[in-house]
Ligand binder design. Structure first.
Ligand code: ZN
Length: 104
């Protein structure tokens, strides 16, 4: 199922058997991606707060899109392709975007 894979090359995805499988997307996430598969905190996370990351930190899928209802003020509504991520958001996530998207 597309919702449970992490992209790491132009046409390659890995099944996220680890904890990433259970982490939801948010357009205002508290976690980001290091290297290719490491989910790390971007800021302090309160006890009981839901862990989230932004799927466009790893995904540049040609057709898969997800409707987002995360409710954040910065919600982009439709996500699924890093190419669509605004520059301001990329700057905000600097250092927390999958290296296959940034090492070009
Ligand atoms: Zn959203």
């Amino acid at each position: 199922m597309m919702d449970h894979v992490i992209q790491f090359e132009e046409k390659k995805w890995r099944d996220s058997k680890g904890i990433a499988r259970w982490i939801n997307h948010s357009c205002e996430p508290n976690c980001g991606v290091k290297d290719l598969f490491k989910i790390v905190a971007m800021r302090d996370i309160k006890s009981g707060e839901e862990i989230t990351w932004d799927y466009e930190m790893t995904e540049k899928h040609p057709w898969w899109r997800m409707k987002c209802e995360c409710g954040s003020n910065d919600c982009r509504k439709i996500i699924g392709n890093y190419d669509n991520m605004p520059q301001a958001i990329r700057d905000k996530y600097k250092g927390y975007i999958s290296e296959w998207l940034t090492n070009k």
